[in-house]
Design a protein around this ligand. Structure first.
Ligand code: FMN
Length: 174
């Protein structure tokens, strides 16, 4: 199984969670990590290369910190540029059909904020629906996201444990 992790963080060097997650994944040879901001500092995405990468994998994992209830902007641009008509969707757009589509998201707010009546009012399941709808349109199988909440209260031990759980999630059997 080939797993492609698209990591999207505009300040990866200052990151605590996403950086730690990638360090853990680097110990696993079957995982390909693609750091979008590092690959495209000018944000000019090589669509052909991205599509080839996607075609070669069985599972796509989009990893990012939650920014304004969504992803950092380069991931939106990547979706706009790479998932083209006739390739990813449309009558002949079947290149990603049957692959798995996963999300790994870190949030500043704690878990209890993400529910009806909580600080953010909505659940992560509701807020991540645009990604699920995208997965639906491109014919991939959406698997339940991996979410780490309330990163500020997390100890080093908890983060280490979480990073191991993340690697298990990324490498779970298909
Ligand atoms: C521009 C910006 C927007 C953010 N928006 C949210 C948000 O909507 N919900 C939330 O829970 N946290 C939000 N945060 C907090 C980040 O999700 C949090 O700092 C990040 O997940 C931590 O991961 P890292 O250590 O890899 O940077 C935001 C942070 C920034 C800088």
């Amino acid at each position: 199984m080939n797993v492609l992790v698209i990591a999207v963080h505009p300040h990866m060097e200052q990151s605590r969670i996403n950086k730690r997650w990638l360090e853990e994944l680097k110990q696993h040879r079957t995982v390909t990590i693609h750091d979008l901001y590092a690959a495209y500092p000018d944000e000019r995405i090589d669509v052909g290369q991205e599509q080839a990468r996607l075609e070669a994998c069985d599972r796509i994992v989009l990893q990012f910190p939650f920014y304004w209830y969504s992803s950092p902007p380069l991931l939106k641009k990547w979706l706009d540029d790479v998932l083209t008509y006739g390739w990813a969707y449309g009558s002949s757009g079947d290149k990603l059909h049957g692959k798995q589509f996963a999300l790994a998201v870190s949030t500043g707010s704690p878990e209890e904020a993400y529910q009806a009546g909580g600080r953010n009012q909505f659940s992560m399941s509701e807020l991540l629906k645009p990604f699920q709808a995208t997965s639906n349109l491109i014919g991939t199988v959406f698997i339940p996201p991996f979410v780490l909440h309330g990163i500020h209260a997390l100890s080093e031990e908890e983060l280490s444990l979480n990073a191991k759980r993340y690697a298990d999630y990324v490498l779970q059997p298909m």
